[in-house]
Design a protein around this ligand. Sequence first.
Ligand code: FES
Length: 160
Amino acid sequence: MSDTHTLVSRRQFCAGACQVASCATLATLVTACGGDGSPTSPGGGGPGTPLSVLPSQFANSRVQVPVAGTPLASIGGVARVESTAGLFLISRISDTGFTAIDGVCTHEGCTITGATSTEYVCPCHGSRYNRNGQVQEGPARSSLRQYAATFANDVVTIAL
Ligand code: FES
């Protein structure tokens, strides 16, 4: 009886030890997966605000984008344009000044869809570019191509 009692005790001990080990492992995994409430997005600064997508017209190597009633109607506004000529990011930097850059990330080709107050943010791996397309944070290393942009009659024209 003493041997049986000892065997049961060992089983109970092993079961208890396994439960403790499982709980410790689970706690480690939860912490590693961001269970402590810390941000887990690439780049550590979040994806930014989703950019509005604006309609455009493409003809004669120019993309034209009406700005009335869009985020580009205000200085500081930014938007994304999907045209047959490509994807572009446009920002309004003054009454009549705009920047226009490629909307495809130079890292692995993802469409850039987010922006903060000063940067565009790629959703795939968190690369960040300023309004002129220069890399502010990798993994991207190359700048986005910038295009000449003019403004007249409430229309931004991107020259390709
Ligand atoms: S494709 Fe944009 S950061 Fe990787």
